[in-house]
Design a protein around this ligand. Structure first.
Ligand code: GLA
Length: 366
């Protein structure tokens, strides 16, 4: 099983030059499995630090894979429309307007890979590189530590950025994700996890009946190209009010300019919090399986994306097509375009300072 992802020669031939330059050491791509005492299982590859599978019990104890993804690494490398299934996204998750920002008197230009903006770290973001991996273990958890050095000027960003992402699967059915980074030059950093969930099971239809609560009384409305206007708007009386749990599909088709811009939900919510620690960000309940996922994070925001770009063309690991809204992402993060928005919490990491964030996904069923 470990070497499943090593069969990738043909994908090498299919890569563009720039991608082939980046993915140099194909033999080092591996698939790792974390397990816990409750039967949960999480699979991770060091290509893109991608979570390829999350097996979670339903209310009858039946395990189901709730993470969308592929069986072979070729599919991740060559995926049409780059859905970022399961990956760590960076150096800057989400959008930077026009691929430009000023920092310490210099203007930096980044790839415009989501016209007219920069998205998810560029052409070869952290989802498209091979990370170093080391399995770790504690008394009540199994983990994997993934490290990557993003070089100065890589994808146009300043500074050599050393990143470590640790996934820990605990016996309390929690998947903890810890992010650490340091730099030798000031740089924006915004790392997130881009798993698409379907708590019914990957490939089991849409997620529109999932009941979602987001702990946010405000969100960041966007312009027509999904760049925040700068306003922190109240969700009250809008389709963006998830302060009490409601089905994702309840308001998604309502007439609303923000939903038109996003083609559905594809928005950052401003988490309600009193202090800097871990706070409940969201809770999702899927009524037929009874599965529940709770997300706690130290981040100030969460991007809720309801799989608007899925259209049935991508076929997942068990041979089922991923239909429109067949998965959702809840990406804990800083707000989009923060490097250009002085009123948003800063995403600038400076030498001598540590970037440290934690997000915990907790699973249960009722
Ligand atoms: C994020 C973005 C979306 C989309 C998805 C991946 O959620 O906000 O617009 O890019 O990633 O398709």
């Amino acid at each position: 099983m470990k070497n499943l992802f090593a069969v990738i020669l043909c994908s090498l031939l299919m890569l563009s030059n720039s991608e082939a330059q980046k993915v140099e050491d194909f033999d080092s791509i591996q698939l790792y499995t974390l397990t816990n005492s409750e039967g949960m299982q999480v699979k991770v590859t060091n290509y893109g630090a991608i979570i390829t599978s999350i097996m979670v019990p339903d209310r009858d104890g039946q395990l189901g894979d709730i993470a969308l993804g592929y069986h072979h690494v070729e599919n991740y490398i060559n995926a049409v429309d780059k859905p970022y299934f399961g990956a760590i996204v960076g150096r800057y998750g989400n959008r930077i307007a026009k691929g430009e920002f000023d920092l310490d008197g210099e203007t930096y230009s980044l790839a415009v890979n989501n016209k007219p903006n920069h998205l998810h770290g560029g052409v070869i973001g952290f989802d498209k590189v091979v990370w170093d991996a080391k399995l770790t273990k504690g008394p009540h958890w199994q983990g994997i530590e993934l490290s990557y050095l993003a070089k100065d000027k890589e994808e146009g960003y300043p500074g050599n950025l050393k990143i470590t992402v640790t996934y820990q699967l605990t016996d309390a059915n929690e998947l903890r994700v810890e992010y650490d980074a340091t730099t030798d030059k000031a740089t924006p950093v915004n790392l997130t996890q881009h798993t698409y969930f379907n708590l019914k099971g990957e490939g089991e239809g849409t997620i529109l009946d999932h009941e979602l609560m987001i702990n946010a009384t405000r969100y960041t409305p966007v312009d027509s190209v999904l760049i925040p206007t700068g306003e922190l708007a109240s969700v009250e009386g809008t389709p963006f009010d998830f302060t009490s749990a409601k089905a994702i599909g309840r308001d998604v088709s309502k007439e609303n300019q923000q939903l038109e811009y996003g083609l559905g939900y594809d928005h950052n919510f401003v988490l309600d919090r009193d202090d800097d620690g871990l706070v409940l960000a969201a809770r999702v309940h899927e009524p037929t399986s009874g599965r529940i996922m709770e997300i706690h994070t130290t981040e100030p925001g969460i991007q809720f994306y309801c799989g608007n770009f899925l259209d049935g063309r991508l076929v997942g690991k068990s041979g089922k097509a991923y239909v429109h809204r067949g998965g959702f992402c809840l990406e804990t993060q800083h707000y989009p375009d923060s490097p250009n928005q002085p009123d948003f919490p800063s995403t600038i990491l400076r030498p001598g300072k540590a970037y440290e964030t934690t997000t915990v996904f907790k699973f249960s069923a009722k």
